[in-house]
Design a binder for this molecule. Structure first.
Ligand code: SF4
Length: 420
C-alpha cells in the first residue's frame, strides 16, 4: 500500500444513529493540520481503524417502560402490525441461535454470512433488522446497499468472542510481530467472520482475508499460497482445529495472549510457527467437553456426535462429524428417521432441530443449558420498540460502519468469496 503523505481525510467512526448517536471522531488532532504535520497514509489508516474500534457502542438506552411491562401477546401484535405496515421495506433477519419468540418473525434464517448475503439480495428492503449480534449487523451494513439501513434491536447484543480481539490489541500484535520478524515476516492475517469490522478492514489492508467456519480450510490454503505463516484471530479453536486437519503439527502453532509482549511467546517459538493463534474462544462452544461425549455414547451407543469447530480440540477429535452451523443443520435434517444425535452447538438451534425433526432424537451434548447469552438480549420488547419507531419514521439503533473501514473490509470479504 502506498505510504505517500496525504491530507486529512473525512473523520467518522462507527456511527450508531438514533438511540446512541456518536459524534464525528477526529483522526488528526485539532491544530496539527495547521502546524503542517504530515501523516502518512498508513498512520491515518491505523488511526481510523483505532477510532472505528473504539467507537463501537454497545450501550443500549433503556426501553420506554410501556415495552418493559407489555404482555407477550401485545408485543407480538405490535411486531405483526409493523411488519404489515412496512411491507417490503422491512426485512427481518434471524440468526439460527436466536430464541423462538424472535425467530418466528424472521423473514430469513441463517448464519451470519448467509444472512448478510440475503440482506444484500433484497434491495427493496430499506430497513434490515438484524436479530443477531453486533459484528453480524456490521457485516450486513458492509455488504448491503448504500440506501439500506441496518438496525440491531438491542445494542448490548455483542459477541464475547469478537470482544476478545480488540482493534488496539491486534494493532499492537501486528507492530510487535512485524518489528521482531522484520520485513520478511511472511504473515498473512486471517480473521474469522466473528470479529469487528475494523479487524476485517485490517486484514483487507494487510493482504489478509476473512473466513467462516465453512471455508476456514480453503482460506488457510489461500493464505499459505501467499505467505509463510498465518495470524488467525479471534477464535483459537477454529484456527487450531482447521490447521490440525490440514496436517500442520501443533508444534508449529503459537498461542498469542493479547496484552503480553509477543503474546507471551519466546521469539524462536514465533519464528518457527506457521500459525499464530489468538487466545480467544466462544463462550458457548468453549463449554463442550470430551466427558460429555463419553456420557452421550454410554447412554446411547447408536448416538451420532456432531459438533461445531469452535469447540476445543479434544471435543472435535472425538466427534463423528464436525462442521459449521449450516453443516450441522444439513446433516441432521438429511439423516434417516430414527437416528439419534447429540449436538455440540447453541441450545436454541438444538431445541429447534428437535421440534422440527420429531422422527429423530436430537439433544444437546451439554446437559446444562448453554445459550448464547448476548444473542438472547434481543428480546421481543426490543424488536417491537425498534419496529414501532420505524413505523413512526424514526431509525433507532442503526449500525453504520465507517466508509473507509467498510471498503477495506469488503476487500477482505471479496478475497474470501474468490476462494474456490
Ligand atoms: S455463539 Fe459464540 S461466537 Fe456466536 S455470537 Fe454467541 S458468543 Fe459469539
Amino acid at each position: 500500500m502506498s505510504a505517500d503523505p496525504v491530507t486529512v481525510a473525512s473523520p467518522t467512526g462507527v456511527l450508531v444513529a438514533g438511540a446512541q448517536e456518536q459524534g464525528a471522531i477526529p483522526i488528526v488532532p485539532a491544530g496539527d493540520e495547521a502546524c503542517g504535520y504530515e501523516y502518512s497514509y498508513a498512520d491515518l489508516f491505523t488511526e481510523r481503524l483505532r477510532a472505528a474500534g473504539q467507537a463501537i457502542s454497545t450501550v443500549q438506552v433503556p426501553l420506554p417502560p410501556e415495552y418493559i411491562h407489555m404482555a407477550p401477546e401485545e408485543l407480538d401484535a405490535r411486531i405483526y402490525r409493523a411488519k404489515s405496515l412496512l411491507g417490503d421495506r422491512l426485512f427481518i433477519l434471524g440468526h439460527h441461535y436466536q430464541r423462538d419468540e424472535i425467530i418466528k418473525f424472521a423473514d430469513a434464517r441463517g448464519d451470519s454470512f448467509k444472512l448478510s448475503q440475503l440482506a444484500a439480495a433484497r434491495p427493496t428492503a430499506s430497513h434490515l433488522v438484524f436479530c443477531g449480534v453486533h459484528f453480524m449487523a456490521e457485516s450486513a451494513d458492509i455488504l448491503s446497499g448504500a440506501d439500506q439501513q441496518v438496525i440491531l434491536p438491542n445494542l448490548s447484543a455483542g459477541c464475547s468472542m469478537a470482544d476478545m480481539a480488540s482493534t488496539d490489541d491486534v494493532l499492537a500484535c501486528w507492530d510487535q510481530l512485524t518489528s521482531e520478524l522484520g520485513d520478511d515476516h511472511g504473515i498473512i492475517p486471517v480473521t474469522y467472520m466473528n470479529s469487528a469490522a475494523a479487524l476485517k478492514a485490517f486484514c483487507g489492508h494487510h493482504g489478509g482475508i476473512v473466513c467462516t467456519s465453512s471455508n476456514a480450510r480453503s482460506v488457510l490454503n489461500w493464505a499459505f499460497e501467499r505467505g509463510r505463516r498465518v495470524l488467525f484471530f479471534p477464535d483459537q479453536h477454529l484456527g487450531r482445529n482447521t490447521a490440525l486437519a490440514m496436517g500442520i503439527p501443533i508444534e508449529e502453532m503459537a498461542l498469542w495472549t493479547p496484552g503480553a509482549y509477543l503474546g507471551g511467546q519466546a521469539l524462536d517459538a514465533i519464528e518457527r510457527s506457521r500459525v499464530i493463534l489468538w487466545r480467544g474462544h466462544c463462550s458457548v462452544h468453549g463449554r463442550f467437553r470430551p466427558e460429555q461425549i463419553t456420557a452421550a455414547r454410554s447412554s446411547d451407543p447408536n448416538v451420532n456426535i456432531i459438533v461445531h469447530p469452535e469447540c476445543p480440540r479434544e471435543v472435535v477429535d472425538r466427534a463423528d462429524y464436525v462442521g459449521s452451523t449450516e453443516y450441522i443443520i444439513k446433516v441432521v435434517t438429511e439423516a434417516p428417521e430414527g437416528t439419534s444425535w447429540a449436538v455440540g452447538t447453541e441450545i436454541h438451534l438444538v431445541n429447534r432441530l428437535q421440534s422440527e425433526l420429531p422422527g429423530k432424537r436430537v439433544v444437546c451434548l451439554d446437559p446444562v443449558v448453554c445459550p448464547c447469552s448476548t444473542m438472547y438480549r434481543v428480546h421481543p420488547a426490543y424488536l417491537a420498540w425498534a419496529l414501532d419507531n420505524l413505523v413512526s419514521g424514526n431509525v433507532v439503533n442503526r449500525i453504520q460502519v465507517d466508509e473507509t473501514v467498510a471498503q477495506w473490509a469488503r476487500i477482505a470479504l471479496d478475497r474470501m468469496l474468490s476462494v474456490p
